[in-house]
Design a protein around this ligand. Structure first.
Ligand SMILES: [Zn+2]
Length: 680
């Protein structure tokens, strides 16, 4: 089962990560630090013309993306800085485990680091699986095979996830959704007029053939062609990333006895039995019914031999990072270099840390927060969140486009928000997970199965409100509409997001903006369709819907006009929810900052006023560089706009920004007041 955060709305996607000094360390004694990295300001570019480059210009001019990264910026730097901390925790566990979880952590890491054994095994760890697929003589075996792939996290045309029922958030439900592609988006298969995507597809076929050859396939070139042809058929019937954002369209409830009617040629009873869903649910959700209906015909029309080749390819692909060097290198050559632009693979220890994290994240997180997350950070965050919620509440009351009745509903929802900061109250129990020091791929697969069982066991049980969807050491944050909760892992509570040594202005602009962003997700074009109990329920009046839609359409057009790369535009519809989050979040954070001043004037620090530091705090969070192939993947798949537009695009809508930097018509950052969109 793939853990997908379709319903959870995150702050940013982490791709890969350069150093920037923490300005706080350089403050003269006795004076509060500004928290602004003033050494990166480029005075030759006016704040009024390009605020992102003004704030980050010297960083942009002097920073190179590290060879093993596809992008690099503040997010990536924080992620990178935690790696040696995690390595130490893991290596300490490997050297002398103090409990069973530490034993698991140490053994998992050791199995990854035992390169000699991995090399000696070669393709052996997947031999049996490949042979089993080769022996299949009938398409009747597909339901069992797909269910097995779901269990071990191998890509299949059908996938499933367990989450709260969107119309009854007190229950867990199983949700089936489209999947099955080896490339990041259906556009890579379908947009033949885009030369870069077409080139990536051609190289993908070569990559598939090389991997099949490594695994001993004598007919690799022909099989690779058939695999790409099959995936292209799947791409044709898939919903676009924009269509996938519609929670009402994706809510399709089926009686468990009737769901098979979507695919008459595919034995759903066998599939439901093999997944373990049978007997645990009376109904299921199918996110994209038209996809499933069409998939039935695609599976029927595709020769069995092609489907077997596809299944073998997915097994090889899934296992590649845990096999011998030849597999690891070819996998990196395509996914790391061709698709992401990195020229070197990450050192083995970093890959081992990531993998151990993937399997035992919370067990590592438990030690991480003891060592690296001071209690006073949590206390300061609690105050910030409280102030942001107060500002949001006040802001709702002042909206000129919303009727009083809908405002009341919005307040009710806001009052029901739950906040989680730092780390979970209750840690995950790993006692059912077996880890062996000499079996890397087996460890990875057992961890997948362990997660799968954990999810499956939720069916029929009460909602676990203590659960976290991210580990404490994740540099990110999220809003989960079904829980109506905002969550801030420990790792994001560091500079430049949160600087306990800095003056308030920068903290309100950075982590305050992040908090505002997550709160706003509860009221973006997706989140606003859920009520305070996490149920899809329309609590809006028709007039409010109309006004909201008019504003969001303006935002779609605004961001759709931005181009990060010649020939490519930001997708205004795909990024709408995140752009609402940024624009409303920062506006509310600014109100909260003003409240925190309690009528006093903010001091001038580093020659910058409080308001100027506030906005620069936001803009420096988004300093980022990305390689071209990774930028294309981002445009096609990521609901977040590229960093420069998260900085500048947001600024252009903020009334306070115009005042703080005296922005006037004629300046490049200027938007006429009627074109500015804030919403909340
Ligand atoms: Zn977000």
């Amino acid at each position: 089962m793939k853990r997908h955060l379709l319903s959870a709305l995150t702050l940013g996607l982490l791709a890969g990560v350069c150093g920037f000094a923490n300005a706080a360390d350089k403050a003269p004694a006795g004076k509060a630090a500004s928290g602004i990295a003033v050494e990166y300001i480029d005075p030759s570019v006016r704040a009024q013309d390009d605020f992102f480059v003004h704030t980050n210009g010297k960083w942009l001019a002097t920073t190179e993306i590290p060879a093993d990264k596809s992008s690099w910026g503040a997010f990536h730097k924080l992620h990178e800085d935690t790696q040696p901390q995690l390595r130490k925790i893991i290596e300490d566990a490997a050297a002398s485990a103090k409990d069973a979880d530490q034993q698991r952590i140490g053994d998992f890491y050791a199995s990854f680091m035992d390169e000699a054994r991995v090399e000696q095994l070669g393709v052996a760890p997947i031999k049996d699986k490949l042979a089993k697929i080769a022996a299949i003589g009938d398409k009747k075996a597909l339901p069992q095979l797909f269910a097995e792939f779901n269990r071990y996290g191998v890509t299949a045309p059908i996938n499933l996830t367990i989450h709260q029922d969107n119309k009854d958030s007190t229950k867990y439900v199983v949700d089936f959704f489209q999947d099955g592609l080896g490339l990041p988006d259906r556009d890579y298969y379908l947009k033949k007029d885009d030369a870069k995507l077409a080139e990536a597809l051609a190289k993908y076929e070569i990559h598939v053939a090389k991997m099949l050859t490594l695994a001993g396939d004598a007919n690799a070139a022909a099989n690779a062609k058939a695999i790409v042809a099959f995936e292209t058929e799947i791409a044709k019937i898939q919903w676009s990333k924009v269509e996938l954002r519609d929670p009402v369209k994706a809510y399709n409830k089926y009686d468990i006895a009737k769901v098979g009617e979507l695919m008459p040629a595919f034995d759903w009873n066998a599939y439901l039995a093999a997944t373990g869903v049978q007997g645990k649910a009376t109904y299921v959700i199918v996110s994209q019914p038209t996809y499933f209906q069409a998939l039935d015909k695609v599976l029927a029309d595709t020769p069995l031999e092609s489907l077997k080749a596809y299944a073998q390819w997915q097994v090889i692909h899934d296992a590649a990072p845990y096999l011998s060097k030849a597999f690891v290198d070819e996998n990196f050559a395509f996914y790391g270099t061709t698709l992401s632009g990195a020229t070197e693979n990450r050192p083995r220890w970093k890959r081992a840390v990531s993998s151990t994290e993937g399997a035992l994240g919370e067990a590592i997180g438990k030690v991480y927060v003891q060592q690296h997350f001071p209690a006073e950070y949590k206390a300061r965050m609690e105050v910030l969140v409280k102030n942001l919620l107060t500002a949001f509440r006040q802001s709702i009351n002042t909206l000129d486009w919303m009727t009083p009745a809908t405002k009341k509903e919005a307040q009710t929802k806001l009052a029901k928000f739950t906040t989680k900061i730092g780390y979970p109250n209750k840690w995950r129990d790993y006692s059912a997970l077996t880890v062996k020091r000499d079996d890397l791929l087996g460890n990875v697969q057992r961890a997948s199965e362990f997660n799968y069982n954990k999810e499956m066991n939720k069916l029929g049980k009460p909602i676990d409100r203590d659960e976290w969807l991210m580990t404490p050491q994740t540099v990110n944050a999220y809003y989960n509409p079904e829980m109506n909760e905002i969550v801030f892992p420990a790792s994001i509570l560091q500079p430049p997001f949160f600087d306990p040594k800095a003056d308030d202005a920068v903290n309100y602009g950075a982590i305050g903006g992040v908090i505002g962003h997550e709160i706003s997700h509860g009221f973006d074009d997706q989140g606003a369709q859920y009520d305070g109990d996490g149920n899809l329920r329309d609590w809006w009046s028709p007039a409010d819907h109309k006004n909201f839609k008019a504003k969001t359409s303006q935002l779609v057009a605004q961001y759709g006009a931005y181009s990060p790369l010649p020939g490519y535009q930001v997708n205004g519809e795909l990024t709408l929810g995140e752009n609402i989050g940024d624009n409303s979040g920062l506006a509310v954070a600014h109100k909260a900052y003003k409240l925190s001043l309690k009528g006093k004037k903010a001091p001038v620090i580093d020659g910058l006023t409080g308001d100027q530091r506030f906005y620069m705090g936001w803009a420096q969070v988004w300093r980022m560089k990305m390689r071209e192939p990774a930028q294309i993947v981002q445009i096609k798949t990521d609901p977040h706009a590229p960093g420069q537009f998260r900085a500048n695009g947001t600024m252009r809508n903020q009334p306070g920004f115009y005042e703080a930097f005296k922005v006037n018509s004629g300046d490049k950052m200027y938007l006429p007041p009627k074109e500015r969109v804030i919403i909340w």
